[in-house]
Design a protein around this ligand. Sequence first.
Ligand code: DAH
Length: 358
Amino acid sequence: MDTAKIKDELIEMIETAKDSASLETVRVSALGKKGRITDLMKSLGGMSHEERIAAGQEFNKLKQEIADLIDRQARQLKKQELDERIANETLDITLSPRPRPKGAVHPISQTMEELMVIFASMGFTLTEGPDIEDDWHNFTALNFPPGHPAREMQDTFFLPDDKDAKEGMQKKLLRTHTSSVQIRHMMANKPPHRIICMGRTYRSDYDMTHTPMFHQCEGLVIDKNINMGHLKGCLQDFLKAYFELDDVPMRFRPSFFPFTEPSAEVDIGCTRAQGEFKIGEGDDWMEILGCGMVHPNVLKNCGIDPDEYQGFAFGMGIERLTMLKYGIPDLRTFFESDPRWLAHYGFDPLQRPNAAHK
Ligand code: DAH
């Protein structure tokens, strides 16, 4: 038997084994029960004493060499296989984990969520009221005198009277502002109050800056010893948080609302230089909201003693806030339901506003 030939053949087989599985086949074919080296060992039995001594040494040496070689090769193949596995199993973490959602959050919904997060962090609670209101909650309780122009047909969408409703609440309409929710909240709860309310409001009006349906955010704070300084501080904090600016110049202009006394309109500083509109700096002003100290008559209408409790209220248009923050030029596009518009101005549904990033 030519051990040198067997050795060469086995070495070649070991070196060309391309993976652990084929190396194992080589090992079995050399050292297994019916392996070639095992056969050699078995052949020792039929030899003479002298032959066996010489051949035994030679076979043992061959067996050892082949076993060592297989071990070395096995370790190398294992390492190679692990490296390949690691390379193949790498996760490309820059790939999105799931397909990007096609829909987008409407800018109005985005702004409402932002407002909620900011006012919640200032201790306000969110309340709601109905879109279909009655004349008492929308006007009378808010101290609108009979015959006030806002009650008239050209502004308000009136609905058929509800004959079954309580006396004074039979005249139905689509709320013209969210101030009606102040009344509902004060009627149903005991002071102190610190609420905001958001939702749809309706007025018969349509042009570049008016749509028959739009959204408002209303705030109401009623407590003992509340004054206009609190109103100013609250609005200042809100505007800085909403526009994400360290400073938002703000000015109060005397105004009139039947439900507040004194009443004011608030302007914020801006610049319109070189056709660019920017909030927070410059020497121009932009009206942003209405506010004031809640009129004693309104408190009385809701069963609150104005000598004990005072407070402030404010109301603002959500479309306007959105247009200013996100540079959306035309109000009417908000309601055209154009998917291209929404794809452009909409927000990622997986990235909702939260208190952590405000
Ligand atoms: N309701 C007013 C409007 O629709 C906005 C408003 C002004 C609300 C002053 C208020 C306020 O609460 O105090 O124009």
